[in-house]
Ligand binder design. Structure first.
Ligand SMILES: NC(=O)c1ccc[n+]([C@@H]2O[C@H](COP(=O)([O-])OP(=O)(O)OC[C@H]3O[C@@H](n4cnc5c(N)ncnc54)[C@H](OP(=O)(O)O)[C@@H]3O)[C@@H](O)[C@H]2O)c1
Length: 265
């Protein structure tokens, strides 16, 4: 099992990213935390430094900005420091029919979920190969990468890219010291639903906890796994669509989502 010394986590201000940060800090891993909301990052920085006595740097950046990935690699490698774990966790996507969402919002999702993730994999992948210490990259996709979901066209498309890209990248890196793991969570109890135009219809929750999802992702990365889907129900949700034609998958997903979730507006 791999042990990490210094990790960079995107989308670390809340949800699954925050849980990655907490779990890594508890293992004594130094951190670089990335998100836009500086006050949340500062609060977490203070808490993790005090509790676990680890170094925590924060980088408040919008990952959709053109210069963001270069800013991150420069800041992370200042004074010859190295990074041996990259977690590409930040992601979003509105739950709404494609034409009812402004084009700019879709383009921001593509920039965040796919373009910035690809650029960070390239920059930090090369950095990891150069420093030569055993290293890992975790790319957060979704079970939505296996299942086409109506009203989630750009989100599902982007997460499908993340999974396929990560699986091929994992294969290409097999003979190196760098492993690539794709984490595919299902419904997880975070702010994601509300910030992405969703409203739960039922209090009967089948959501996983963000702690559980992050722990599964870390364990899989330490073992060098290619893909991991946390939770039995999600494993089933990721497997079933592979047996059925997509016109049926679309219908099943539509009914499932309508039972559980409303559009906020
Ligand atoms: N929750 C679920 O049901 C679920 C299911 C499957 C997959 N996922 C995936 O899990 C990942 C984490 O989501 P989550 O559930 O933890 O949701 P979340 O609590 O909403 O977290 C999203 C994180 O991304 C950051 N972020 C958003 N836009 C950003 C930008 N432009 N630049 C920098 N940071 C940005 C947010 O911080 P700021 O707002 O402070 O920037 C936040 O820290 C996402 O990739 C999501 O697609 C979630």
């Amino acid at each position: 099992m791999r042990k990490y010394k210094r990790a960079i986590v995107t989308g670390a201000s809340t949800g699954i990213g925050e849980c990655f940060a907490r779990q890594l800090a508890s293992e004594g891993v130094n951190l670089i935390l990335v998100a836009r909301r500086i006050e949340l990052l500062q609060k977490l920085q203070l808490e993790l430094r005090q509790k676990f006595n680890v170094e925590v740097d924060i980088l408040p950046v919008d990952l959709t900005a053109d210069d963001a990935p270069e800013k991150l690699i420069q800041a992370a490698t200042l004074y010859g420091k190295t990074v041996d774990l990259l977690i590409n966790n930040a992601g979003n996507g509105a739950y709404r029919p494609f034409l009812k969402t402004p084009l700019n919002e879709h383009l921001q999702t593509i920039e965040l979920n796919l373009v910035s993730l690809t650029r960070l994999c390239h920059l930090f992948g090369n950095h990891m190969l150069t420093h030569g210490q055993p290293s890992s990259i975790i790319n957060v996709s979704s079970v939505a990468s296996y299942q086409p979901i109506p009203k989630f066209a750009v989100y599902c498309g982007s997460k499908c890219f993340v999974r396929v890209f990560s699986e091929i990248f994992h294969y290409e890196m097999k003979k190196t010291n760098v492993s690539v793991t794709c984490l595919c969570p299902g419904g997880t109890a975070t702010d994601f639903l509300t910030t992405n135009n969703q409203k739960m219809k039922t209090s009967l929750s089948v959501l996983q906890s963000a702690e559980e999802v992050a722990a599964t992702g870390l364990k899989a990365a330490k073992r060098g796994k290619r893909v991991v889907v946390p939770g039995l129900l999600n494993k089933f949700q990721a497997f079933l669509p592979r047996l059925l034609p997509n016109f049926i998958n679309l219908q099943i997903a539509k009914i499932g989502m309508e039972l559980a979730i409303d559009e906020k507006n």
